[in-house]
Design a protein around this ligand. Structure first.
Ligand code: F3S
Length: 424
């Protein structure tokens, strides 16, 4: 791999041991990928924390060890300096305020808080959400990023026009210390054109419908780059967030093109870079119903857990949840968790939304989600969610039954304890 003088100096240890190991890791990783050089980044989003029981023994030796082992793949413990470039923490496994509801040992929650302080002092902004673009980390078009988290990556590439592959803990950690990431994949112009065409033949407007379309697209194109045509409505941030998260779950989509929305795709021709368009894959009423059915893994209509906020809710979504719950009471056998970034939770609290949700018997959670933490309210058997991504993962990883539906259907199930949702 070609290195600049500054990169060679980092590799040779001019900026210390941790930086040298980070550069070595990036060179090995880049060479394995066939990258010819590194690209500068000033925007890293990764995972740096002590939120799982398996990390606890490492954290007992100090957080330098946690970073060395998890983010630099180093058995030797090296002292971790301040990050070279702005870096943020994605979602964690623990809500440091609601950890008892998650069934988290207080000592582990304390360790999480101590880890946040340690990493925060080293320049890692504790956003603690899978949606950093909702709370201040909003990259600009063409900006090179080193981001983990598939739902954030697809949003950054497709809605914001920034450039990132799906990084891992190690490459994101190394990027934070060096301000570099291998120059390959979606960083390169030639790899960003669409190579599949989805023709939407039905109205897609409701948030559940955006999730269904995304889930269909991911399944249909796997890890290709679809262009979507035939859309009749301009989606909001949260609809695009749901669409992308779903497409990145059923498939490995990291970039989609919606003409007029994706910055690089003013038109379909722009999306395909002037190349001939492939035969379209049609999405009509039949495909919508089949996708809906594929997301249901439950038979029992008696639900006991409602999960909202995957990806983490925007403030508009928090307002809608509160509005739908206002004056209602959640069924005594049901738990309702609503997930949102902590920064948005504060706005929700000040706006009175949290009070309404709590008065109904729900809980506003931040920092985590059940699929990441693998923690559910005790005794849960049947889950319902308004997120195609959560419906894809949570029942499978927790061995529970799961329903997918609209927010209205989920709120109805929370109040009645019974799932009556259907594909409307
Ligand atoms: Fe975020 Fe967890 Fe969903 S990380 S995208 S809320 S599975």
């Amino acid at each position: 791999m070609r290195l600049t003088d500054a990169e060679r100096a980092m590799l040779d240890g001019e900026r210390g041991d941790a930086c040298s190991r980070a550069m070595d890791l990036l060179v090995r990783y880049g060479e394995a990928l066939g990258a010819e050089c590194l690209i500068e980044t000033r925007n890293v989003a990764g995972a740096f924390n002590a939120s799982t029981p398996s990390v606890r023994h490492m954290a007992e030796d100090g957080f330098d060890r946690v970073f060395s082992e998890l983010n630099l793949d180093s058995d030797d413990v090296v002292e971790i300096p301040h990050m070279a470039v702005p870096t943020c923490q994605l979602i964690t496994g623990i809500d440091t305020e609601n950890y008892a509801l998650q069934g988290v040992d207080p000592a582990l929650a304390e360790m999480q808080v101590a880890g946040e302080r340690f990493f925060g002092r080293r320049g890692i902004n504790m956003m603690c959400t899978c949606t950093p673009y909702q709370v201040g980390n909003v990259p600009v078009r063409g900006e090179h990023l080193a981001w983990m988290e598939s739902s954030a990556v697809i949003y950054a590439n497709s809605v914001l026009g920034a450039r990132t592959n799906v990084e891992g803990k190690e490459s994101a950690g190394a990027a934070g210390l060096t301000g570099r990431i291998p120059y390959w994949g979606l960083h390169l112009d030639e790899n960003r054109f669409a190579d599949r065409l989805i023709e939407v033949e039905i109205d897609v407007d409701d948030m559940a419908d955006w999730g269904l379309l995304g889930y269909f697209v991911g399944h249909a194109v796997e890890d290709a780059k679809p262009a979507i045509s035939g859309l009749g409505h301009t989606p909001t941030l949260w609809k695009l967030k749901h669409f992308g998260a779903a497409a990145a779950s059923s498939g490995g989509v990291e970039l989609f093109h919606m003409p007029g929305i994706t910055p690089e795709a003013e038109t379909l021709d722009h999306a395909f870079g002037g190349s001939a368009r492939p035969q379209p894959i049609r999405y009509g009423a039949k495909e919508r119903i089949a996708t809906w059915e594929s997301l249901q893994s439950a038979q029992d209509r008696k639900v006991d857990f409602i999960m909202l906020g995957c990806p983490h809710n925007s403030i508009e979504q928090m307002a809608e949840v509160a509005q739908r719950l206002d004056g209602k009471r959640i069924h005594p056998d049901v738990a309702l968790w609503v997930h949102t970034p902590r920064a948005i939770a504060e706005v929700a609290r000040r706006s009175g939304y949290t009070e309404i949700i709590e008065a109904a018997g729900g809980v506003v959670m931040s920092d985590t989600c059940p699929a990441i933490s693998r923690r559910l309210p005790e005794g849960v058997r049947v889950i319902a969610t308004d997120s195609a991504k959560q419906a894809h993962y949570l029942p499978a990883i927790s061995s529970r039954q799961g329903w997918f539906g609209s927010l209205a259907q989920c709120v109805d199930a929370a109040v009645t304890g019974t799932w009556t949702g259907g594909p409307t």
